[in-house]
Ligand binder design. Structure first.
Ligand SMILES: *Cc1c(COP(=O)(O)O)cnc(C)c1O
Length: 475
């Protein structure tokens, strides 16, 4: 496909500005060479961007089962609310606007209700940023209580990769503990890891294998008895929201990914929102300011000296919170648990259709996602998880997450989400099964898929290692 510069034709333009009717001033520092811009008609530009848009694949194009990431459908009404002038055109310094403060206060109330927490900050811009913020609360708590020897965070191996990374970034030492056979936390290993130096535990639940830990209450008790605090990675809340509350499971703080569970599209890198909720005893340490309602009006209140300070400018990505609140208001009290139920039902339905053929790591019922391992297939035929993922693209599907979680070889992690219909799931299963047959019959052909996409097998690391960030003109 040609770039706009390559489409450029000298003298062509689409300017709709009237002729200048005032004297043109030429101050001394104006450029002497004309600016190098492509010369194009409006039709050229419109077709160029439409062609580009057609070459990508999003949740509006088809099935997008991206596990552990909840790339779910974002209802259009959320966008409509977020583009209302009163929200979209407000300057961050106009922070007394009542409607905006009410959005933050209401979202805090609902999300605290859903998570079982007492207070929340909307400053963090993403999940990993929320993790760092939550860990800073834990660190501050121990410092305030004179427990400076508590320097270790326990992270089970079924956690998301950001958990150990955030712990290390916050200055903690990471203690990794292996999972038990069933994919849950190994309680004996947890007990062994707990001690006088334990600052806390970070748990992803349901974990990256799509398993809700059956010992959840015992886990938080063990950590609390050792004097540590419990952090809940809430990125997988889609599976449990409205049904089980991390606060009731004994967790002290949590981050949510509004751009995952609460439906903001996040392909392409943002904007996101990773609010951090906590129990009352940690509230004073939260960053930013707090919205309060007094004498019939909303206003900001300083959190005071104990606060960890600001983790971001102003009040976070406000419009993402508008979308999340719109989503919650449209779902209502009955709709929130229905999301979780349908997400779990859809995952189990698809898993059931595939498990007679593919090797599924989750025995029994899964939560919102399940993991396939192509290890056997690779040994037998040379066809890898990558080959299967690529082949799915020829069926109009986005590939699932590949090679994650790290503790499963040749992994494909599938998360259908709640908005997919039975017909879509049936079609996806049919594609998976047909690909399986093809892989057995002609393994060599599988290494050349996909056959119908603009590009087939790009170098996976080249863009990161040798980024080309600007266009170079020939002349
Ligand atoms: C996505 C994810 C994160 C990180 O969230 P970001 O918003 O991408 O920073 C953390 N934990 C889990 C389980 C996730 O799925």
């Amino acid at each position: 496909m040609k770039t706009l510069f390559e489409r450029s034709v000298a003298g062509r333009h689409c300017s709709i500005l009237p002729e200048c009717d005032v004297p043109v001033r030429t101050p001394e520092h104006t450029r002497t060479q004309p600016l190098h811009l492509p010369e194009l008609s409006e039709t050229d530009i419109s077709r160029h961007y439409t062609e580009l848009a057609k070459q990508t694949f999003g949740v509006n194009d088809g099935f997008y089962p991206l596990g552990s990431c909840t790339m779910k459908y974002n209802p259009k009404v959320n966008e409509q609310a977020a583009s209302l002038e009163g929200f979209a055109e407000v300057h961050p310094l106009q922070d007394h606007v009542q409607g905006c403060l009410e959005v933050l206060a209401t979202a805090e109330k609902y999300l605290c209700e859903i998570t079982g927490m007492n207070a929340m900050t909307f400053q963090p811009a993403a999940g990993a940023h929320g993790e760092l913020t939550g860990l800073m609360l834990i660190k501050r708590y121990h410092e305030k209580h004179g427990n400076t020897a508590r320097t270790k965070i326990i992270v089970p191996d079924s956690a998301h990769g950001t958990n150990p990374a955030s712990s290390a970034m916050c200055g903690f030492t990471v203690v990794n503990i292996p999972s038990a056979e069933d994919g849950c936390v190994d309680l004996d290993r947890l007990r062994e890891a707990c001690g006088e130096d334990t600052a806390g535990l970070m748990l992803t639940n349901p974990n990256t294998l799509g398993i809700f830990d059956k010992h959840i209450r015992e886990i938080t008790d063990i950590v609390h008895e050792a004097g540590g605090l419990c952090y809940y990675d809430g990125a997988n809340l889609n599976a449990v929201m409205g049904i089980a509350r991390p606060g009731d499971m004994g967790f002290d703080c949590i981050h949510l990914n509004l751009h995952k569970s609460f439906s903001t599209p996040h392909g392409g890198g943002g904007p996101g929102s990773g609010p951090v909720g906590c129990k009352s005893f940690l509230e004073a340490y939260l960053p930013g300011e707090k919205v309060v309602f007094e004498n019939g009006e909303y206003r900001w209140q300083e959190r005071g000296e104990e606060s960890i300070g600001a983790v971001r400018g102003f009040h976070g990505n406000f419009l993402v919170v508008v979308k999340a609140l719109t989503y919650l208001l449209t779902l209502g009290r009955e709709g929130v648990p229905a999301v979780a139920e349908n997400a779990v039902l859809n995952a189990n339905y698809l898993k059931h259709l595939l498990e007679g053929t593919y090797d599924v790591t989750n025995k029994g019922v899964c939560m919102h996602e399940f993991v396939l391992t192509l290890e056997g297939m690779k040994k037998e035929t040379g066809v890898s998880a990558m080959d299967i993922a690529k082949a799915l693209q020829d069926y109009g599907m986005h590939p699932p997450t590949m090679y994650f979680p790290l503790n499963v070889h040749e992994a494909l992690m599938v998360e259908p989400t709640e908005t997919e219909s039975k017909e879509t799931l049936d079609a996806a299963a049919a594609a998976f099964l047909e690909i399986y047959e093809k892989a057995k019959a002609d393994p060599e052909a599988m290494h050349h898929t996909p056959l119908h996409s603009p590009i087939t097998r790009p170098d996976e690391v080249k863009a990161a290692r040798h980024p080309v960030l600007r266009y170079r003109f020939d002349d």
